[in-house]
Design a protein around this ligand. Structure first.
Ligand code: ADP
Length: 190
């Protein structure tokens, strides 16, 4: 089983690179952001709760997102592995993921940190907001998300270093070059 955590600030390219990895390695993809946006679209209770946090640039409470993740994970039959995109985002979530996988006789194989300079992140997110109309891609909310990233999510870098699972990826440059660096890192642990 190949269980990959793709990690990085908002706008670091996790979604784009995840699609490429899914295609190359034939694993499943869980994007917590996509799951939440689908719930919002369907107008479910969870969607309503999610919207209030997303609009504020805040993270959803850990227990909610952990439950969603467990349900999604169990919906994959005969999986070759999973790429986790947008999860974990807090240390509590990383610990929950470790436990969840251990209960299923599995573990995280590698954590890929897509490292992108802050000015570039701002540029990409503002452009994405203009093109896709994603409501949280406006300058004010982006700034809040970057603060949340630094305070709550970035500490996971040291957490995964301690687990011996950390891989640094240069997330700035040509898409293909980034994909190649990612594949090299994955092939080492495969
Ligand atoms: P990005 O990483 O580009 O900011 P995502 O699509 O991954 O965007 O997530 C959008 C929003 O969904 C986040 O700002 C947050 O409010 C919520 N969210 C996504 N994943 C999580 C998570 N693991 N824990 C808590 N909230 C989450």
């Amino acid at each position: 089983m190949l269980n990959i955590v793709i990690f990085g600030a908002p706008g670091s390219g996790k979604g784009t690179q995840s699609e490429r990895i899914v295609e190359k390695y034939g694993i499943n993809h869980i994007s917590t952001g996509d799951v939440l946006r689908a719930e919002i679209k369907k107008g479910t209770e969870l969607g309503k709760v999610a919207q209030s946090y997303i609009d504020q640039g805040q993270l959803l409470p850990d227990h909610l997102i952990v439950d969603i993740l467990a349900a999604t994970l169990d919906s994959f039959a005969e999986s070759k592995g999973v790429i986790f995109d947008g999860f974990p985002r807090t240390i509590a979530q990383a610990e929950a993921l470790k436990k969840m996988l251990a209960e299923r006789g599995q573990a995280v194989s590698i954590m890929l940190n897509l490292d992108v300079p802050e000015e570039e992140l701002m540029k990409r997110l503002i452009k994405r907001g203009q093109e896709s109309g994603r409501a949280d891609d406006n300058e004010e909310t982006i700034k809040k998300r970057l603060v949340v990233y630094h305070n709550q999510t970035a500490p996971l870098i040291d957490w995964y270093k301690q687990e011996g699972l950390y891989a640094h990826i240069h997330g700035f440059g040509a898409l293909e070059t980034i994909t190649a660096e990612i594949c090299q890192a994955i092939d080492k642990v495969k």
